[in-house]
Design a protein around this ligand. Structure first.
Ligand code: BTN
Length: 260
């Protein structure tokens, strides 16, 4: 038997070691996989079939996480200065963009900092949290065959799902492997070469300007400007008529809305 190419099975319990160097646990249900993974060591990941309290990047907005989607949190080591890892949300967006394009998702793009969109519909989102100084939890939510709009009718027309985009059945365990492999590669690049190479690749995809509206954290007012990609630290570059070129890091921006 060719044991080298046999895919490692993912089971409920006990944890299973994957070929990609991750230990993955699958649970039927948890509130938020990010919380559940917060106590796990680096290179461990946790997938839930259902999240009862899935959280989005905007704190007041829940992430609908019914059966049929990928709700996965992966713990990565963050050695050295905390600043080096502030770009993880963006770097994760870049990693998922590549992995899902390779999987065959058409017309996929990244909206800063890490929403994966098909057209204007959201296919996947990322929530990176630091519960401990030496690790980060990368939470990935990917709609596969679930229908978020059934739980939240306001989402009708705003979400995309893999089942409508790529033919064939999609096993969440296979997708977990694809995502985890991409995260591992991304981590190696950040560690060995820094974020610059990823920033360059992202800016290539963001060539040309796009009008956006920003809501800054803790403020109600919005303002519009022209999105010009990111700087070497991953900060959003915006040009407004009133103030000219400015940069904002992800913690300063509560919401980015595309106007065109
Ligand atoms: C967003 O786009 O607002 C981020 C969504 C992140 C959702 C994922 S699902 C797995 C992990 N657990 C959570 O509670 N949230 C993230």
């Amino acid at each position: 038997m060719d044991t080298m190419s046999a895919p490692a099975p993912l089971t409920n319990d006990p944890a299973t070691l994957l070929a990609e160097g991750w230990t993955v646990r699958v649970v039927p249900e948890t509130a938020s996989t990010n919380f559940a993974a917060s106590r796990l060591p680096a290179w461990h990941a946790l997938r839930a079939r259902v999240q009862t309290g899935g959280r989005g990047r905007i704190p007041e907005r829940r992430w609908v996480s019914d059966e049929g989607g990928l709700w996965l949190s992966a713990v990565v080591p963050c050695p050295g200065a905390a600043r080096k890892w502030e770009i993880l949300p963006l770097a994760t967006g870049w990693a998922l963009l590549g992995a899902l394009r390779e999987f065959g998702v058409p017309d996929l793009r990244l909206r800063w900092p890490n929403d994966l969109l098909v057209g204007r519909r959201k296919l996947a989102g990322v929530l990176v949290e630091r519960f401990r100084p030496d690790t980060a939890v990368i939470g990935v939510g990917l709609n596969i065959s679930n229908r978020p709009e059934l739980a939240e009718p306001a989402l009708a027309g705003a979400t995309a799902r893999l089942a409508d985009l790529v033919p064939g059945g999609h096993d969440p365990d296979d997708l977990a492997r694809i995502v985890l492999r991409a995260l591992r590669r991304m981590h190696t690049i950040v560690l060995d070469r820094g974020f610059g190479v990823i920033a360059d690749a992202l800016n290539l995809g963001w060539q040309g300007s796009r009008r956006v509206e920003l809501t800054l954290t803790g403020r109600a007012a919005t303002f519009a400007g022209s999105f010009q990609g990111i700087d070497a630290q991953g900060r959003l570059r915006l040009v407004t008529e009133r103030d000219g070129p400015q940069t904002f890091d992800a913690s300063q921006v509560a919401r980015l809305r595309e106007l065109e």
